[in-house]
Design a protein around this ligand. Structure first.
Ligand code: CU
Length: 151
């Protein structure tokens, strides 16, 4: 291989790994869920369909509970699955678009939650098309919440 070709190849590799490094933090999301949780699996598919690289961990209910509390998700803010991305916690059926906005805006906060499991949220699609309106809440470091998005 000519030296110039080798150099060009190295440069391409370097650029590719640089691109991976910058997008890695904001695209890689780790999820903890109960192995029997059907809507959790559907939410993971929603994230993958929106370009996230998802790592899924099966966790027993007591472990899940512990992960939520350690992340600052109290019982009234809790839902089924818990995820972490770029230093933030994502609780429940948060739409991928809101996660992308969170990591782009990078607010000083714990993360986002959709408490409970509203019908029609990503992963909670109903066979009859029923959809409730719901808020995505930004959880501040003080534990206070504010509306981040409304759907
Ligand atoms: Cu769910």
């Amino acid at each position: 291989m000519a030296l110039r070709t080798v150099l060009a190849f190295c440069l391409t590799l370097m650029m590719a790994s640089a691109a991976l490094a910058t997008s890695g933090d904001q695209n890689s999301i780790e999820v903890w869920r109960s192995p029997t949780c059907d809507c959790c699996g559907k939410w993971v598919k929603h994230l993958e369909a929106n370009g996230f690289a998802v790592t899924v961990n099966s966790a027993a209910p007591s472990t899940l509970e512990q992960i939520k509390r350690q992340a600052g998700i109290t019982e009234d803010l809790a839902s089924c699955h818990t995820a972490k991305i770029d230093g933030y916690v994502i609780e429940g059926h948060v739409p991928a678009s809101d996660i992308k906005r969170l990591v782009a805006e990078h607010p000083d906060a714990i993360g986002l939650t959709v408490p409970g499991m509203p019908a029609g949220s990503p992963g909670m699609e109903q066979p009859d098309g029923e959809a409730e309106s719901y808020d995505v809440l930004l959880v501040k470091k003080t534990g206070a919440t504010e509306a981040f998005a409304h759907h």
